[in-house]
Design a protein. Sequence first.
Length: 276
Amino acid sequence: MPVRTIQRSLQSQFVSWTVTYSEDFTNETYCRKRSRKACDYLLQLFYGLSLTTILHLEFSSAIPNLHLEFSTLDVQLDKMKEEFLKETGRTCSDFDVTVAVLLQCRTRAINPDHAETLDFHLICPSNARPLLHELIPGYEGYYGNCTYRALVTAPASKIMQASVTDIVGWILDAKEKISEKFWKWLDGEHSDKSIIASASNYKTIVVTDMDKLGSKDVNYGWGPPVQSGMLRYSDHMVFCVVDSSLKIEGGVRISGRLVREEHLQAFRDEINKVCN
């Protein structure tokens, strides 16, 4: 079995784990022709087993065959930004408008009981690296997971009844407070335990722009990433990634886990209302 085939099988172990061990790997000439490192790894992996032992574990039948669904929505971001500028005199980004629309459409789709008293939350992780340029040598680049969070909290009824312009304003206000709250947190004057605790429930949506988070600055020697995103999503967190750096005909790319199945159609309907 060629080494490249074995490596491919090992890499796809989450779908199907198929490894074959044979006498070929004890042949010195064969090992010299192939990757000796891979051969040694396999010898150690199956140390003590018979040379004729064959392991074949198949799990693909237990994995559902799901297909990703992609939707292109005609939400006029530039028009919304112009309206916000006209009404408030402030500027906003594609991210701000996108998040405002998502927050409102999601809240309306859920339409919770006791909406007047039930708070919904929006958490926006942000790159805090620029705030530490006097403490950490080398201002440019990405520095680990140096992030902090902007928090918007409001009763569900207020979110559902507000205009997109109002919600964009809330988001900008929260973002402007990041620096102040970050330094208070470092000095022990401000605790973000309430923010962390609120992140793990259905009333809270965590949204971030992967470009602004700093991950686009990661470079392992072959250039910056073409795209970045979450490797996996927590089952206990509503998380959404907005990628505004990859312009898709002037738009943004959104991926994440936003609503439960029972709220999916209502969420789509609310998004379509914005588009129309």
